[in-house]
Design a protein around this ligand. Sequence first.
Ligand code: ACO
Length: 325
Amino acid sequence: MTLYSRITGTGSYLPPRRLTNDELAAELATQGVETSDDWIVERTGIRARHFAAPDVCSSDLGVEAARQALQAAGVLATDIDLIIVATSTPDMVFPSTACILQNKLGANGCAAFDVQAVCSGFIYALTVADAMIKTGTASKALVIGAEVFSRILDFKDRTTCVLFGDGAGAVVLEASDTPGILASDLHADGKHVGILCVPGHVSGGNVLGSPLLKMDGQAVFKLAVGLLDEAARTTLAKAGKTAADIDWLVPHQANIRIMQSTARKLKLSMDKVIVTVDQHGNTSAASIPLALDFAVRSGKVKPGELLMLEGVGGGFTWGAVLLNL
Ligand code: ACO
């Protein structure tokens, strides 16, 4: 009997248009919005982000990441029996981005649905896929985080528009006799809806309320650090491990200062933290699988090592997954 699920391949994709902080600052200056490379690097650690072309959707980015992950796992698209896409920037109101991506991939027929947990979306999606594999509902899953956050940014608001980018990351998760995913922990608290949201909704052919992201950065920062620490500790305890056992922390790539604070609380050196936020900014649900794929492909993270994946985002949502690669 299969007891576990295991990541057998990773992939990622960034759209070709890359903007450094200086390039973004120059574009924003033409609209009277003032920012600088120094401010962005000091407060966030971000140096560049990628923006998708106007006709490119989350499913387009996600399918590229999925193809890479399939290739790395040596699995055919037609062998996949479950696709979960974590996104807050879906292609359409409906059907799900997972259905659109499934058709582009040629995996027609398998179960496909989206998970909406903003920046924790990949942690939620991975946990759901793990549970479905453990109960025998699926055996080869594609779990994808894909976002085009550039579509929901207010480029007149310098406190948010410099933080986010577009991208996608993916993993193939397969049934296995050996672990695999050891433990996970998911939470949400809807009383914090207002500190990070895109409040608009479609009604009668119009968008009611703002379709652009708004955030209380300091409130998010304070909540994020405590909740990530809590989720990491609970997940470790469930697996009978301690922070000292962690080989690599692969956190949501929102802000280097949040990552540093989380690592400090767990008494982990920054040498054990995978950091890619400098290269692509905050890509929301895509950021954890993107960081994981970079770490795998660079040879930093090796098979058998113990990884803590953790995310926090709008909702407020948060969670962690502990796994052996
Ligand atoms: N360029 C230059 N100056 C800026 C910019 C900018 N892009 N943005 C804000 N400022 C100015 C402000 O106007 C303010 O100026 P003032 O003192 O004259 O009023 C000053 O910088 C300080 O602003 P604060 O908002 O206090 O800056 P803070 O140090 O809090 O940093 C930041 C803002 C980076 C957003 C921080 O609060 C943060 O990291 N929050 C976490 C939020 C986050 O990472 N969210 C990601 C999404 S959530 C998620 O993924 C979980």
